[in-house]
Design a protein around this ligand. Structure first.
Ligand SMILES: [Fe+2]
Length: 467
């Protein structure tokens, strides 16, 4: 593990690197090892491709325009292409050469006046990718998805599921014309349904729960909420869509009046949150208090009799924007260090058991396999490393055994599961990025694929195995 001072320029580079497009498919070299013949398919990744516009730095590292990367693996060869998502806002800001819109964590320059009552936010389309019902979508949690061609990466435009994601009612259309469709949907392996959600503020705040049939029909159920929750991910089990809502508050006037950006208007009390289990068959939700803590990402969830089990990565509280901004000055801020946990919700006893999983910091988790054979993988660091620049990939086995592989001086992003392998993006300072192919079994490096350019670290991706 490198020291924070050594990691700092690498991490700054990973966030601030400006992406350049590769519109025509290129053969890219395997610079170490060989690609296993079984690894056949397409890796699609999404993430912020720029950190500033017209000399103005975005207020949040995740406000950059969506940048899609496509890596096709077949017959031991790798082919690559990369393009920005052509959102309306991207096209307008490209033409103007300056920042025109507010973002999730960014206000327009000039104080509150240029932001007051401006509820048209940039849809950054920059967080993840999903393919379902014949559509390939770039996702962002605050608005509609964007549909794109999974081969050419050409953007087709905002995708409303036939108008179902367009806000209804004059007031709602003014304060938020498009319904949110989060970047972390879950697809049921048994029914083929896609479940997703969004949080909408208004006269009455709502948690919107979307279900998309395997043929692409979207229906939405709205749960009224007293406080507007901040929730980034959901879990899906055989019977329930599960939401763990932290004790966050949202200062609506501060956002409406342009005093603060939306993310800067979120605060969190050190208080229990609540688990909301929404029956998939339409019954009334079940609510239970959960211990204080904040989870961005769940790695998996399942049912064990009358118990619902969730595993994910927990922070002690919501990492405030100012904490993220100060990350490089005080990287040991406890709010930025997160640990893998398990929540066991007993529906009969109405209790929630909280268990730490392994002695490590972790983020961007995925589950491989299921049941007692399951493994959690993610970016990680040992507990002794008290800074959030997680430079290793870790694997937690079902029996709790942890294996870690440090990739410093590279800075790794989310490992995407591709069968028995992980595809790990690796940012390298002043060098082209790589995709590192690792074996799930022991995290050994099977191959390194060199991309034609340095690229900022993507957020989330998906593997589409060859049919
Ligand atoms: Fe995420």
């Amino acid at each position: 593990m490198l020291q924070p001072a050594e990691m700092r320029p690498i991490v700054v580079g990973a966030f601030e690197q400006l992406a350049t497009e590769v519109p025509t498919e290129l053969d890219v070299p395997i610079v170490e090892g060989t690609l296993p013949p079984s690894l056949r398919g397409v890796l699609l990744r999404n993430g912020p491709g720029r950190s500033s516009r017209g000399g103005v730095k975005y207020g949040h590292p995740f406000d950059g325009d969506g940048f899609l990367q496509r890596l096709e693996l077949r017959d031991g060869r790798a082919r690559y292409r990369a393009r920005f998502v052509r959102t309306r806002e991207f096209e307008a800001e490209e033409a103007a050469g300056r920042l025109l819109y507010r973002g999730f964590g960014t206000n327009r320059p000039g104080g509150f006046l240029p932001n007051a009552l401006r509820m048209r936010f940039k849809n950054a389309a920059n967080t993840s990718v999903v393919q379902h019902a014949g559509h390939t979508l770039a996702l962002w949690e605050g608005g509609m998805p964007h549909r794109f061609d999974p081969n050419t990466l050409e953007t087709f435009g905002r995708f409303s599921y036939g108008g179902a994601l367009e806000a209804k009612g004059l007031f709602q259309r003014i304060i938020g014309p498009e319904l949110p469709f989060s970047a972390h949907p879950s697809i049921c392996p048994e029914t083929g349904e896609l479940w997703n959600f969004g949080t909408a503020y208004g006269a009455r705040h709502k948690l919107l729960i979307h279900t998309v049939s395997p043929t692409g029909t979207l229906t939405t159920r709205a749960l009224p909420m007293r406080e507007l929750p901040f929730v980034h991910d959901m879990a899906l089990t055989r019977r329930f869509a599960v939401f763990v809502l932290p004790a966050t508050t949202f200062d609506v006037p501060a956002t409406l009046l342009g005093i603060r950006s939306p993310v800067d208007s979120i605060d969190m009390r050190r208080a229990p949150g609540k688990a909301v289990l929404v029956p998939r068959d339409g019954g009334p939700p079940i609510e239970l208090p959960v211990p204080p803590g904040f989870v961005f990402h769940w790695s998996g969830a399942w049912e064990d009799g009358d118990r619902v089990v969730l595993e994910g990565i927990e922070y002690p509280g919501f990492p405030k924007l100012e904490t993220i901004g100060a990350m490089f000055d005080r990287p040991d801020a406890a709010e930025l260090l997160a640990r893998p946990v398990r929540l066991t919700i007993d529906l009969t006893a109405r209790t929630v058991e909280h268990t730490l999983l392994g002695d490590l910091w972790m983020e961007l988790p995925s589950q491989v396999g299921s049941g007692t054979d399951r493994v959690i993988v993610g970016v990680a660091a040992p507990l002794a490393c008290r800074h959030p620049f997680l430079s290793a990939i870790a694997r937690i086995a079902g029996d709790g055994r942890v294996v870690m592989h440090d990739l410093a001086p590279g800075f790794p992003g989310e490992p995407v599961v591709a069968g028995n392998h992980l595809l790990v993006p690796l940012y390298r300072l002043d060098a082209p990025a790589q995709i590192v192919v690792m074996a799930v079994s022991d995290l050994s490096i099977v191959a390194r694929i060199q991309l034609p350019h340095p690229v900022p670290l993507p957020l989330h991706g998906t593997w589409l195995p060859e049919a």
